[in-house]
Write a protein that binds this ligand. Sequence first.
Ligand SMILES: Cc1cc2nc3c(=O)[nH]c(=O)nc-3n(C[C@H](O)[C@H](O)[C@H](O)COP(=O)(O)O)c2cc1C
Ligand code: SF4
Length: 493
Amino acid sequence: MIAPAAKPQTVYVADDSTAIAAGANRVAAELSRLPNVRVVRTSSRGAFFLEPMVEVDTPQGRAAYLNVQPREVPGLFRKKPVPLARIPFLAKQTRYTFARFGENEPLDLAGYGFRAWQKAREMSPQQILAEIKRANLRGRGGAAFPAGIKWQTTADTPTEPKYIVANADEGDPGTYADRMILEGEPYRLLEGMMIAARAVGARQGYIYIRSEYPAAIQKMRAAIAQAREFGVLSESQFDVDVVVGAGAYICGEETALLESIEGKRGMVRYKPPFPAVEGLWGKPTVINNVITLATVPDIILRGADWHLSLGTETSKGTMPLQLAGQIRQPGLVEVPFGLTLEEVIYDFGGGLPRGCRFKAVQVGGPLGALFPARLLNTRICFDALAKAGGILGHGGIVVYDDQTDMVQLAHHFMEFTANESCGKCTPCRIGSTRASELLQAVLDGDAVPEDIALLRELGDTMKNGSLCGLGAMAPAPVLTALEYFPNDFGRRL
Ligand SMILES: Cc1cc2nc3c(=O)[nH]c(=O)nc-3n(C[C@H](O)[C@H](O)[C@H](O)COP(=O)(O)O)c2cc1C
Ligand code: SF4
């Protein structure tokens, strides 16, 4: 008699760009060579310091082998995996938008279910708008503008057709939350867009993805193709296309992005008119960040009160924070607004690597303020950070150690602005170049104290006179470096 074949053991390995960069594909290939092992590729939990992770099912839930090397694979199952509930980085998070990460197969359409859409299609457009407004959903792309007001404006504008645009340009160095959604949970973004389209009466949407995200582009296109094939999009009377950017930071700014979709050079438009009234091809357009749109399904499913129950007075819900730089545990942390920078950097990020001492943290990308240790008690919420002279931006948190030279860093970011400026307005086009030259003079030891005064004055002009956020926010790293780390400048004058 032939003995029945043993049930294959299922193991889960992330199919995410960062996990792959850490070696996940090589580990998956070794695993698939083992007899009786079935490898399922999932999204990543975002605990990148532990990738490649190999997860297995246990009666108590998932457990994982951590930082697996291909050569360890043949003997892997002789070891004991770590229950995920015992990994504080994961266990302490409050995950909603990223709840299925690490478990779902990104392109499994039936497994996703589109439950929020099923609820939304029974609601009137005005009921959806009312729920999003009541939830006080603020944009997660940088400007923190209430999504409901934007949507209502587009809905109320009589011009046709209307468009939904997802901003997946994600230009801030050290940020990757959008990429994780595009690669790991693409149907969630589609569902958010479908709900927005029903609310405002749009029939066409675009997802603008940076060209540096080839895997995200491919996954998103595959997800759209499946949603078309299985009638999900046609049922919602809405269709979506992917547009690929060409590598300009300014194309993340909403009006430059619209120009880029229209096939023009990415130049910022004057506002008003705002895109909600005159956007893509002059038509009313809702443009939202990927995370904003990916938060919508939970608001519809769980209700506005759920969203209002999380966060601070003015920043409601959760925020995916992305830890990078000199930190022990880089990765994505979804938590309610309101934790302090210190809690996130030390409790989740594990602090700095051994031998490194904290010097500064930059929140909100290359245009964000540089905070010293004494401001680590600042709460992560749009308004608390603004009050402290910074921004939350897209939730990037980059930690610098005491080997970092703040003049070099400030020069680096100002040069970035000079390179990325679209050139439309003088304070940014000329100001960023002159500021970068002044900082270079400081670095070369050629500056005098009056140059610092000039740098501050230039910063003020850029802040108050620039047409868009790039020029207006670019002085923040320089001005905060001057304020909090004056010695780095002083010793060179
Ligand atoms: C220079 C610059 C770059 C920006 N880059 C991005 C980006 O990469 N992704 C994004 O969602 N928003 C970016 N924004 C913000 C957008 O202009 C806009 O506020 C956002 O897409 C609106 O969506 P939200 O309300 O959902 O955040 C950028 C803004 C500026 C000034
Ligand atoms: S601030 Fe800079 S990027 Fe923005 S419009 Fe002016 S020149 Fe262009």
